[in-house]
Ligand binder design. Sequence first.
Ligand code: KIV
Ligand code: ZN
Length: 510
Amino acid sequence: MTARSVKKSNIDHVRVFDTTLRDGEQTPGVTVTPEQKVQVAIRLDELGVDAIEAGFPIVSQGEMQAIRAIARQGLKAEVCGLARAVESDIDAAIKCDLKYVHTFIATSDIHMKYKLKMTPQQVLDRAVKAVEYCKNHGLQVEFSAEDATRSDRAFLIKVFKAVTEAGADRLDIPDTVGYRTPDYMAQIVKEVKDATGLPISVHCHNDFGLAVANAIAGINAGAACAHVTINGLGERAGNASLEEFVMALQCLYDKKHNIKTQLIYETSKFVSNTMGIIVQPNKAIIGENAFGHESGIHTHGIINNPLTYEPIAPELVGRKRWLQAGKHAGAHGIRAMLEEFGIKPTEEQLREIVEKQKNIADKGRAITTSELLSISGEVMNNTKFEEKFKLYDFHIVTGMNLIPTAVVRLNADGKDFIASEIGVGPVDAALKAIQKISGEMANIKIRDYMLDSITGGSDALAEVTVKVEDKDGNVVSASKAGEDIVVASVQAMMDAINKVLLRKVLHSKI
Ligand code: KIV
Ligand code: ZN
């Protein structure tokens, strides 16, 4: 048997094997450039994952280039690549300078018969040969029996024992089609661990929404590691989400890991933007609403003690709590929202503000922060609410073979400014030009930009919502509807910036 090469550090820590750049990139419709893959790998390393599955080397030249670049980054995380149990795939991994290969072959009857068209003996021989080939090339090997959880158990154990004999360093149990339950995962992990004595990983898919529960059950049954992805990306319904897995382990099971939880949210955002897959708002830990509160009863509780309606402090995962105006909101919540901006209405004014915003919400519209502040300005009739940024005009040049360019003219706190910027499209160019002028006065970045079509057709009425964040992490949202999305975007952006500035005026910072 060849020497095993498993890193022994942090033995009491659950090992987090991130496969965002491999299984995650297999999310239908997602492809990223080699440069983007490197950027994501750097973020994952900063986050503290123990292993990064950088990709599937054999699939393309670009993939090889990306994996090689990641392998050469000198990251703290171990970097590995996926290879079918065939020499050409393993050779491709070696060409990427990888020292760690995740090799796999399916062991379930359905995969062997209909996909591989191989007998069980041929599969077993192929698995052993692949592991031996890796070991002869000095690689660390993690062996996965694809569709392990739907495989004949006796055959699965036979394969795992054979690859252990051949020198595999780690074994992975994939629940490839997310078909199993936590009880089943616990039981299979125990059996494979007892039969082989090797460190076990679990790789759980989310087809029945059980991926995280299954991964945790595997860990509690003695698995050392779980394969997870940022935002739960991955084939079909995705993989176990890193964020949910890590926070549940830490908060509900008191287990240790190496993840810097404060970086979870920004990593999730980065991956979402890079891979172009929006996170559902009600997703645990990282969804927009995970730390947002609207109902009067909840906000009242939260204001008195956040633990009433929050299981963990948002800061633990790099987030901030936010309150939402709307028809369920009560006076306590609206007062707290306004206080954030330094706005202190009288009881009478507060009642009127709450009433007015409920009337708008009753028409089926979400109330943005900007709208709530405008209502308050009207009710309180306070000159400080006057807008600091006034748009004179803007124009855009765009078209095929032209770089979209915007010129914006506006007045900021009594002074006239003009700025031009280029962008990936007309909206991007215009918003960048506005940001250029707003500069130091309102040092903001755009956190979200959403476009909804209200009516159909090419003359559709569209609603643009922008969420901007100042340097202290305060978020302001503003919406504008119109037939021209560039105009609506510029107006929403101006509105949001004005409200960021209002906060500073009322807190007398400018
Ligand atoms: O889901 C799966 O079975 C996989 C294997 C390649 C491990 O992703
Ligand atoms: Zn998978």
